[in-house]
Design a binder for this molecule. Structure first.
Ligand SMILES: [Fe+2]
Ligand SMILES: [Fe+2]
Length: 327
């Protein structure tokens, strides 16, 4: 299979030089990975590797980029100018994280302008949680404590385990910044939670955001389709392992600050158990889980994710506004 890629030396787009690169066979790429060598570019990739790494990079890039308008919206409810400034620095970090992932996609032959500026909103690949608006400072700091912790678990797994060298190296910086984001959330929650009125507002945010983040890690391992994510070493740990790692950080933190979440550690099993129907239907406009309806199938969850949620069109439009083609 031959793919075309743009010259990585930033020529004017109209004169973009095309390079043809012959992809490796599956056996050659798997052999390279088995021998412990990193995959550095198209010249080391098989068609399956290329397709898989593009898929996971797109999810990462879209998640980072969409978090910018989502966090910016809530930052406007900041209680002080200082607090606003800190939130905006998080937004800036997320834009930089997105840039890293889209730039890597461009090196793999993807059309970055199309991905960011021309792709229909419904085709973006970020977690459903970001489609539900963050309307207050309380929701922003809970998002930092929950969503950025999820991002941290996912990206530090990629950082330690991925076989794609350029991404691995770039994530050293991203990992540290995600730690700052989640600590920002935790510090604000620790500061607000001792006051009962403030804690109640944090609780209301956690009530809808906790289960959306549990869901974020995707299909359970028993139903997972893209096994090449592990076989080809794009990531190291499975969805369920990452979900457990996230709960192992978030559940004890919530218990410490007096926020109730529907999960607990089963001492015998040594794993976290969810105490409510899961997965469940979500009433997005009212930010409410329809737990009284009982558990639903993952096929119904996939349908909700595919249909996207309330903020999808508005956030993507805000990122695409004003763009004109340069070539
Ligand atoms: Fe990020
Ligand atoms: Fe972040």
């Amino acid at each position: 299979m031959i793919v075309e890629m743009s010259n990585p030396r930033f020529p004017p787009k109209s004169e973009k030089e095309k390079m043809a690169v012959e992809l490796n066979s599956e056996a050659t790429t798997l052999q390279r990975i088995k021998s412990g060598k990193l995959v550095e570019g198209l010249e080391h990739m098989s068609p399956t590797y290329l397709e898989g790494i593009k898929r996971i990079l797109t999810v990462s890039a879209d998640t980072e980029l969409i978090s910018a308008p989502a966090y910016f919206r809530a930052a406007q409810d900041a209680p002080s100018l200082n607090a606003f400034g800190t939130a905006i620095s998080i937004v800036q970090d997320e834009l930089a994280h997105a840039h890293i992932a889209y730039r890597l996609l461009e090196d793999l032959g993807a059309d970055k302008d199309w991905l960011i500026y021309q792709r229909p909103a419904g085709e973006w690949k970020y977690p459903y949680a970001f489609d539900v608006p963050l309307d207050s400072w309380y929701e922003l700091v809970v998002a930092n404590a929950f969503y950025d912790q999820a991002g941290y678990e996912l990206l530090s797994d990629v950082y330690h385990s991925t076989t794609f060298g350029p991404w691995k190296r770039a994530l050293a910086k991203v990992d540290k910044e995600e730690t700052f984001h989640l600590r920002h959330g935790q510090q604000w929650i620790r500061r607000l939670a001792p006051d009962l009125d403030e804690r109640e507002k944090l609780q209301r945010a956690a009530d809808w955001m906790f289960m959306l983040t549990v869901e974020w890690f995707g299909l359970p391992d028993s139903e997972k389709r893209h096994t090449e994510q592990l076989d080809y070493g794009f990531k190291g740990r499975s969805n369920d392992t990452l979900r457990q790692a996230w709960m192992a950080k978030v559940v004890p933190f919530c218990e410490e600050v007096g926020i109730k979440v529907p999960a607990h550690l089963d001492q015998e099993l040594g794993t976290y158990v969810i105490d409510v129907p899961f997965p469940a239907s979500f009433d997005a406009p009212n930010k409410r889980w329809l737990l009284e309806d009982g558990p639903i199938g993952w096929d119904q969850v996939l349908k909700r994710w595919k249909g996207r949620g309330p903020m999808n069109q508005e956030y993507v439009a805000s990122l695409q506004r004003g763009w004109t083609p340069t070539s």
